[in-house]
Write a protein that binds this ligand. Structure first.
Ligand code: SF4
Length: 301
């Protein structure tokens, strides 16, 4: 039985619209995340080594969300709400609690647009309500000339390999199943794409794996890809750097020296790697003719 907690606020306003995800707000119905990705940025001592053990349901989140949406709507402060930024909106317990579903019903009632970001195929359950949001939402000021879709759907992938998934994302829907869900969403005409965050150095950023990813996404007719390199934090036992290094040592021992060297000075890969990475992403998006930004893809909606 997961812990149930009460919160005072659930609709978090960003200082500035996120240029990649277009989000002005975020809504997280759950605290922590059962998908347990080793590279997850929310990791740290607050949640413990196994994120599932700190999982909590924000039991009053729908009641609070309604108040906050009503207040923002009254002031005309429309903006894309991202579900979710610090958990996945479609964890297994969503089947029972349906907080994401109830939130989407309210979001539709108040005519806010959404950006759904998930690693789960449970999103297919909610395509009926997402279709209504897509049609009826008020597009926020500053974006009206660029996008008409009230619903954007991004599936997160770090690789297309279910065996890697068992190591790095042990609680998440396998990527093969996730891909089928993405294809279903695309076939229903949603503005949908892929967040490639993070691509793992020397594992899924190799030319061979990138070709597999991009050829698969091209064939699936994804509308955009949003790639980013890996960032790993902390030396504590629940930190992403510690957990990733342990997994590399165990499953990819030949890469251990390189990971130690590259992440020795901080959370990010060295500047020369990152420059080469983003150039490579630009080139491969061009080669496969897939947009590298949501607003580029939305022009053709
Ligand atoms: S699904 Fe997202 S929030 Fe959940 S553990 Fe993975 S990266 Fe973190």
């Amino acid at each position: 039985m997961p812990r149930e907690i009460e919160v005072k606020s659930v609709l978090n306003k960003s200082k500035k619209r996120d240029s990649w995800f277009l989000s002005d707000y975020s809504f997280n119905p759950y605290s922590s995340c059962a998908f347990n990705c080793l590279y997850c940025y929310i990791r740290g001592s607050k949640y413990g080594e196994n994120l599932e053990t700190s999982l909590a349901v924000k039991i009053n989140s729908i009641e609070i969300l309604e108040k906050q949406l009503a207040s923002r709507a009254k002031k005309g402060q429309y903006g894309y709400i991202v579900l979710s930024s610090a958990t996945d909106p479609y964890l297994k317990l969503e089947k029972e609690y349906k907080l994401s579903r109830k939130a989407l019903e309210l979001i539709h009632a108040y005519r806010f647009p959404v950006h759904m970001i998930t690693k789960s195929d449970l999103i297919l359950r909610d395509l009926d309500i997402l279709e209504k949001i897509d049609r009826d939402a008020h597009i926020p000021e500053g974006l009206q000339a660029h996008i008409r879709n009230g619903c954007i759907i991004s599936f997160s992938f770090s690789f297309l390999n279910d065996e890697y998934g068992k190591i790095f994302e042990p609680g998440a829907t396998p990527s093969s199943q996730r891909l089928k869900a993405l294809q279903e969403v695309l076939s229903q005409g949603f503005l949908a794409g892929v967040s490639l965050m993070p691509l793992l150095p020397f594992i899924s950023d190799t030319t061979e794996h990138l070709d597999l990813l991009f050829s698969t996404f091209k064939e699936s007719k994804v509308r955009y890809v949003l790639p980013a390199s890996t960032t790993l934090y902390g030396e504590g036992k629940a930190d992403s750097k510690t957990l990733m290094m342990r997994a590399i040592r165990k499953h990819f021992p030949k890469l251990e020296k390189r990971y130690l060297k590259y992440f020795s000075d901080g959370p990010e890969m060295p500047v020369y790697y990152r420059n080469a990475f983003y150039q490579k992403m630009k080139d491969i998006c061009q080669e496969y003719q897939i947009h590298d930004a949501i607003l580029k893809a939305s022009r053709f909606s």
